[in-house]
Design a protein around this ligand. Structure first.
Ligand code: ZN
Length: 246
């Protein structure tokens, strides 16, 4: 299973990275996880504009889904012919929001996307067995464990500290965890600090920690150092274009 970081910037795009977006590949199947602002650029560089076979959107904050707006046009008006509607798993209301953002053209949205309900529990998408769990965030937001080829990748989505993330990531090969607060703690039930991401990784006993949702005004190196004080395994602060064999 391969993970390609398309975007890892939290809240707003940074000078070197779009907002949250990841491509997970196995057995020729490409699963797009989140599609934050700017994600379409590295998608074209590292895969192909129409390559994803399905998408999962963890929650409806703009930094996790806004590139689904221009992607409507990219799919619907492709000069090679519109591909079949992309299965997109998301929490309620995505299709209506996208329709508003493309001038009320609901039919256009539905030609581009087959929007399906995302909820807690098990979900099979192509070769990937997903387990979804509600995270601690102001809107309905799902962290996920993605398994294929006997390997496991856990992704925190956006969350404050929660045992649900530890359960989801238990003994996973890799935990891709947000560290949106960087080195300084913020309000509850919103984001993790680097240290808290490390604490979750240690409690879950994961093999490797990848830090993401790095807000451009925070120091990523300091965030990584903090995580390493709580978790003794390998820790990276990821960058756009980074690729990992899980
Ligand atoms: Zn969020």
């Amino acid at each position: 299973m391969q993970l390609t970081v398309l975007g890892c910037s939290g809240t707003f795009p940074g000078p070197d990275s779009p907002c949250s977006s990841y491509l997970v590949e196995s057995d020729g199947f490409r699963l797009l996880i989140d599609a934050g602002s700017g994600a379409l650029s590295p998608l074209q560089r590292h895969a192909g504009l129409l390559q994803p076979d399905a998408a999962v959107i963890s929650h409806l904050h703009g930094d996790h889904y806004l590139d689904l707006v221009p992607y409507v046009y990219a799919r619907a008006y492709s000069p090679d012919g519109a591909p079949p509607a992309l299965p997109v798993y998301a929490t309620g209301g995505l299709a209506a929001r996208l329709s508003d953002l493309v001038g009320g053209q609901a039919a256009l949205v539905h030609s581009a996307y087959d929007v399906r309900q995302l909820q807690a529990g098990a979900l099979q998408v192509g070769p990937f067995a997903l387990t979804l769990a509600r995270m601690a965030h102001p809107v309905e937001c799902y962290g996920m464990r993605i398994e294929a080829e006997g390997r496991s990748l856990a992704y925190s989505a956006d969350t404050g500290p929660t045992d649900a993330l530890v359960d989801l990531a238990r003994d996973a090969d890799v935990l891709l965890a947000e560290a949106g607060f960087g080195p300084a703690e913020g309000p509850p039930d919103l984001h993790l600090t680097g240290r808290q991401a490390g604490q979750h990784a240690a409690a879950a006993g994961v093999g490797r920690l990848l830090l993401t949702h790095l807000v451009p005004w925070n120091d990523a190196a300091a965030t990584r150092e903090q995580a390493a004080t709580a978790y003794t395994g390998p820790v990276d602060a990821v960058g756009s274009g980074d690729r990992y064999e899980i």
